[in-house]
Ligand binder design. Structure first.
Ligand code: 13P
Ligand code: SF4
Length: 331
């Protein structure tokens, strides 16, 4: 557990983080769901695929990962020689939690003719049990390279898997996991908001359940939604994903209005990812200073997990932030 009382009184955290970043030859990577102040001081902000690529390519000695644990694990799997620190080791993910490796192994064993196409939001152990990893920005490109005759298990997100099944007329077997954040959007409240802004299109992440996706004008990864925000016609956009991404939209397009899709009671905070929210400026400062908490992965497990990640990087090709899942009607 990090001792936050160890932060000297009166220090300028931003200046100290900058000093430590240079001193350590560290790169700060941040996901779009991080608090605005963390996004603003990161060297690179991106979606899961872009952050994996950055982690694999960087020549920094230290990667400070402002995201959740499966993302920092991915960085360590791809860059084992680097020190990878995560500001808060409890920054997990409900999808990862939904898929214990022993149960996933048993599921695979029950379907020996299936390959496992697995969403990156899972543990290193589950990656090691998988054939190909996908992110929401690379899933379509990768799935389209797998012959239709090949049976597939898709886990752990049943909503992303279901969306891909519907869009590409596949019948992948789905692991029953969900993201608690995207699951919390309310269709009733979304329709109320839409009635107030009838001209505003809706952009949704494919982790949303079908009753939200059905109302979306654009479905895609975080980078894809961001790209759509830069090009949609009109002046107001309804955003059905974790609301911290709106920070990037407001920076890029201050003249436009971005409305977070509502949760069950219309204005709960249930769409803020509680895991992502654990990272703070204070914890980032401490992890750069102490180089703890650090991601460590046993070497054979790392090598086993790396195979499915390498396959993703190879099959995803140039897929980065292009809005690959695009229009839900497939146009
Ligand atoms: P992206 O790959 O779209 O950034 O999604 C990551 C994630 O955890 C969404 O909940
Ligand atoms: Fe996991 Fe959902 Fe949080 Fe993404 S938003 S990290 S899928 S819990």
């Amino acid at each position: 557990m990090t001792d936050q009382t160890a932060i000297p009184a009166g220090i300028d955290l931003r200046e100290e983080i900058d000093r430590l970043r240079k001193e350590r030859n560290a790169v700060i990577l941040a996901h779009y769901y991080q608090k605005p102040e963390l996004q603003d001081l990161a060297d690179f902000v991106g979606d899961s695929l872009e952050l994996s690529r950055k982690a694999a390519e960087t020549d920094a000695d230290v990667i400070a990962f402002c995201g959740v644990k499966f993302m920092a694990d991915t960085a360590k799997i791809l860059s084992p020689e680097k020190i990878v620190v995560l500001p808060d080791m409890d920054a997990g993910c409900s999808l990862e939690d939904s898929c214990p490796p022993d149960k996933f192994r048993a599921f695979r064993e029950r379907h020996p003719d299936h390959i496992a196409l697995t969403y990156i939001n899972c543990s290193t152990e589950v990656k090691a049990l998988s054939d190909v990893i996908v992110t929401s920005s690379s899933a379509e490109t990768i799935l389209s390279q797998i012959p239709e005759s090949q049976p597939i298990i898709f886990g752990p997100d049943r909503h992303l898997g279901g969306y891909l099944n519907r869009k590409f007329d596949r019948d992948m077997l789905l692991w029953p996991g969900v993201c608690i954040v995207h699951e919390a959007f309310s269709e009733k409240e979304l329709l109320k908001l839409k009635a107030q802004h009838p001209d505003a299109p809706i952009a949704a992440h494919p982790e949303c359940p079908p009753h939200i996706i059905d109302h979306a004008d654009h479905v895609g990864s975080t980078s894809s939604i961001l790209q759509y925000a830069k090009t949609f016609p009109g002046d107001t956009l309804i955003v059905a994903t974790e609301p911290h991404i709106i920070h990037q939209m407001e920076k890029a397009l201050p003249e436009k209005t971005f409305l977070g899709a509502p949760g069950a009671d219309g204005n709960c905070n249930c769409n803020i990812c509680p895991y992502m929210a654990l990272n703070t400026m204070e914890k980032l400062y401490l992890c750069l200073r102490d180089l703890e908490p650090r991601i460590e992965i046993e070497e054979q497990l790392r090598l086993d997990a790396k195979k499915s990640l390498d396959k993703m990087l190879e099959m995803a090709g140039g897929t980065v932030g292009k809005g690959d899942l695009g229009d839900p009607d497939g146009d």
